[in-house]
Design a binder for this molecule. Sequence first.
Ligand SMILES: [Zn+2]
Length: 503
Amino acid sequence: MTSVPPMAVEQPPIFHVEAERTPLQEAVASELGEGLASSGFLVLPSQMEGFVQTGEPKESVEVVNFGTGKKPCPTPVTVRTVPGALVAPDAAPMVCPCCGGAMERHGEVAVTLWHLPMGMDRTRVVVSRQRWACASGHTRIDDVPFKAEGHRVTVPLLNYVRDLLSLGQTLKSVSLMTGLHKNVVKEIDRARLEGLYTEVGEDGGRRLRRPGDQARYLGIDEFKLHDGHRYATVVVDLETGHVLWLAHGKRKQVVYDFCDFVGDEWMSRVVAVACDMNASYERAFLERHPHLAVVYDHFHLVKNFNEKVISEVRKDEQRRLREEGDEDAAKSLKGSKYILMTRADTRLGKDRDARAGKVVSRGNELFGKDEARQRGGNRERYEELIAQNELLSTCDIVKEALAKAYAYRQEKRMRDCMEGIVEVCRGTGNEHFEWFANLVEGHMDGIVAHARHRISSGKVEGTNNTIKSLRRAGYGYPDDEYFFLKIFDASRRYSPGRESVAA
Ligand SMILES: [Zn+2]
């Protein structure tokens, strides 16, 4: 048997598009080489005025650690190196700036600059520059107009880094995205922040830039620094939320310094200042600017009540129950801090959600988690807690009365309500309530001033949260100046491109 050769399978015809080049492709091919005119290339503006590409990019691979020192994650990354040169400067003969003699061409010097990445692939350009020499031996090299000052980076990359930072990206993520070292990114960030928020003073040193807009309502507050023992003070424009001033310490001097910083005229247009009661800010402001209304806002008063009364009463009560051997009752108080500090409408809202079967945490099969729905019975739990304890029930009364007082728009009604609160507190005979009654009585005028100047404390609260999250992100220690400028920046929003550096 002779084997039959397998039948030749007829191949489908391949339609080959005969490359008929466009004039541009022709130009690219003749200028830069065949490679760039072929498939897979993209000819784009480089955003570098004066740069001319002189050949095809060379690819290499660099291993980059995308993890940390402890948990390294080495990853190969493509680096494209694009050769280029500067557009020939004007034909006029170069004159030596030192001796005035004519300069002749004297070799070339190359500089390597990091440029905009493409995805995770990194790009750098190698630019050869003309070197000139005069007869007396002075030399000079052509400037690269698109090089960022102080860094081996192109101006388009510098602007990209600044945009990413102004959008709130961390130093580390910007470093991984652009391939620049974290310290270089930090230097760029610091220069960006200094440019935005500082200026050169008469003595030649840097000082904070004065606010451009007139504020009508200010908020002042203290926040803890990294070590938790020292404090700093922040002044906020309550309408815009912009941080206007930051300084170490929580003393009156900070207020004097702020007033000097913005000047008398600026301060004369400020209507009111919101602050916490147990700081000395009030007196300092009034000494300098008696026209100001000082307002003790709801946020701070509630904060004082929560931290110094509810929290303490609950602890005392727990201790007492334990001493009396009522371990169960002590335990039920243990997890009650949050529910005791909530407001009635929050509790009611949660119970309503529970009845409606609101899902607070979606279940998922992937991670074997069941769906969680809002737990109800908040009102019952709360009522049970306060029914067992007279002091806790008084906390409830005071808390609700405070919310009511701060809703009034007439000073008289607000004062009546606050005086009622003082009476209720005194009636308990409890030391913590006494403390609060004294606090309210000693600051009554500033509290009821809220009826006239309805200052929202939301912006102060927001600033406190921003500061906390920046500290957590590691911007704090050990560089306070940088940390403070970051706080200024985080209170404002910039759109990309607004802060670009011109090439
Ligand atoms: Zn010379």
